[in-house]
Structures are given as C-alpha cells and as structure tokens.
Design a protein around this ligand. Structure first.
Ligand code: ADE
Ligand code: ZN
Length: 340
C-alpha cells in the first residue's frame, strides 16, 4: 500500500453508519464482564473465544453474537461497551457514528429497555465531549421474531424519542422478508423514526426492493445482492439511496469467498452511494479503517476512490446540512494537506 493511501485511510474524517454496538464486544471485555456478572461461558481464555469465531454463514455468527451479549446485564456494562467502541474509533478519525442496538435480545433475558438505553446514551454523550464524535441511535427489530414483538419494543422507544433516531431490521435474513414488518414500520414512520433495514446480505435483490417499497427505508444496510438486479441498481443510483456495506463482515460470513469479489469498487463505478463500515468489528476482525485497508489491498482502490468513500460516509449520514458540509470541508482540508 502506498504511503499516501495509508495516510488517507488513517486520517480522512469519516462516519460509521453500520455498526451493531453488541458486535463491538471484544473477547477480553466479554470474559471480564462474564466474571463480573457471574455468567458461565464455554470459553477458557481470549484465544478460545477467537478460535470460536469461525463462521460459515450469518446464522453461525448470530448464534455466538447472542451468546456473547448475555454478559451485558447492567447499565455500566452497556456504558463500558459503548465507551470502548468510541475510544477505538476516535483513533480511526471517525467524526460521527450511527449505532444499532438490539433491545429485544436483552429484554428476552430480563434486562430492562431503560438499562440498555441509559448505558449507551451516557457513553455517547461523554464521547461527544471527549472526542467530538456525534451520534444517532437506531433501534433494530429482530426479524426472526414476530411483528407483534416489534410493536412492543416500538412502544418502549416512543418514550425515548429524544434518544432514538431511527428503526432498523436485523438478525437472520433468509426466509424473513422485510414485508413481514410493513405494519410496524408504518407506525414507526408515523411516530417520526427514520427507517433503515438490512437487506440483500444473504437475501435476494427482491428483499432490497421490498425494504424500499414496503418499509420505505431511507438507507439499505449491506445491499450486496441489489447489484444482481440491473433495474433495482438503476433505481438506487437514481434515488441515491445509500448502501452501508461491510467488507470484512461479508468475507467472514461467506457472503463473498474472496475480498476481490467485494462489490464496493463496482458500486462506486456505477454511481451508487456506497459507504464502508465494520458491522460487528470484534467478530469480523476489524474496525472501520481495517475495512478500508482490506478493500484497498484487495481491489486496489485509488486515492480518489478512498476520498469518495469518506465523502459518501457524510453524504449518507443522517446529519443536518451544516454538519454534513463541515465533514466534507474537513475531508477536503485533509486530502489537500496530504497532497491527494
Ligand atoms: N446483527 C448483527 N450483525 C448482523 C448482520 N451482519 N446481519 C444481520 N443481523 C446482524
Ligand atoms: Zn449489520
């Protein structure tokens, strides 16, 4: 990798728009919280945790992801988790984050919605002070569970609109189409939550279409399989619907078998508003800048493309116009200083 590319990746201001806070639980913290909360896990040490993180598909990963989050019990645990993530990405020149959380997975274990939210939001507020990182919180519905449960968690979210900006859809994709959640998304939109959804990660292009038409989402999380459908791709370009792609996640979940198959470079060439993100960095072997580096190494992204990806991260973010422009100006200043 050229020195310039390395410096651009390290220093370009960027946002992260596809990040599950429960997926930032590093093995060391997992074991520490298990001990603190007297939870027994099938891992003896950090090496054993890392060795378990071999996945054949999304479901393989989700099984360990839900097991791992069982150590999160108290407000302080959610705070520690979120704080560690912010501290980590401050070092990656991340200026703004849009974070998913999965309250249903915690409520099913008897953890109160308020406990989860209080820990996360306290860390986000302190992260803004300490690192200047702004944030939005997106509450996900678990798509393998019935829509009635999504209504229950939406009711909780309505009490905390000052903290929760949007709603998303995650968990097992195959056989769980977006249209199953049309009614709860309609209610969420009425209540003022901004809608996004995972689609086209393992599911077909038709799920991306359904997320747009049935859920009226403003952004597609992943969206890899949208590129299988030329008419849908043309629509995504025309409407500039952002795709929040996650290269290392795709590789580790075998959505692709080689990083060279990653669609980010192709998506850029087609004029799609594509962004690069980490998804669940602790499970997939890298934070946001590691994703940029892996892409650059596999696809030979040009310096221009690296700058465009950083710009797209601000264009696709749910920021007001002045914050978006400030981010784009900061990118121009950084690229100028580095001679790109
Ligand atoms: N939950 C956490 N990470 C996920 C992913 N990549 N896809 C679907 N659900 C998730
Ligand atoms: Zn995701």
């Amino acid at each position: 990798m050229s020195t310039l590319a390395r410096q651009l990746i390290a220093h370009l201001p960027k946002t992260e728009l596809h990040l599950h806070i429960e997926g930032t639980l590093e093995p060391a913290m997992l074991l520490q919280l298990a001990q603190r909360n007297r939870i027994t896990l099938p891992y003896s040490d950090v090496g054993a945790v890392q060795a378990a993180y071999e996945f054949d598909c999304l479901q393989d990963f989700l099984d360990l992801y839900y097991l791992g989050m069982s150590v999160l019990m108290h407000e302080q645990d959610f705070y520690d988790l979120t704080w560690a993530y912010l501290e980590r990405v401050a070092a990656d020149s991340v200026h703004h984050v849009e974070i998913f959380f999965d309250p249903q997975a915690h409520m099913a274990r008897g953890i109160a919605f308020e406990t989860v939210l209080a820990g996360i939001t306290r860390a986000l507020a302190e992260g803004r002070e300490a690192f200047g990182i702004s944030s939005r919180l997106i509450m996900c519905f678990l798509r393998h569970l019935p829509e009635e449960q999504a209504f229950d968690v939406l009711e909780q979210a309505c009490r905390y609109k000052e903290h929760i900006f949007g709603v998303g859809l995650d968990s097992s994709e195959r056989d769980f189409p977006p249209a199953n959640f049309s009614r709860v998304y309609a209610r969420a939109r009425q209540e003022g939550f901004v809608p996004v959804a995972h689609a086209g990660e393992e599911g077909p292009a038709a799920y991306v279409q359904s997320a747009l038409d049935d859920l009226q989402v403003r952004r597609i999380d992943h969206g890899n399989h949208a590129l299988d459908d030329a008419a849908l791709t043309a629509r995504l370009v025309r409407e500039q619907i952002p795709l929040t792609m996650c290269p290392l996640s795709n590789l580790r979940l075998k959505v692709i078998s080689d990083m060279r198959q990653n669609p980010v470079k192709r998506a850029l060439a087609l004029g799609l508003l594509v962004t690069v993100n980490s998804d669940d960095p602790s499970y997939f072997g890298g934070y946001v800048n590691d994703n940029y580096r892996a892409l650059h190494e596999a696809l030979g992204l040009s310096e221009r493309e690296l700058v465009t990806l950083a710009q797209n991260s601000f264009r696709a973010a749910f920021l007001d116009d002045s914050a978006r422009q400030a981010g784009l100006d900061a990118i121009a200043a950084c690229a100028g200083k580095l001679g790109a």
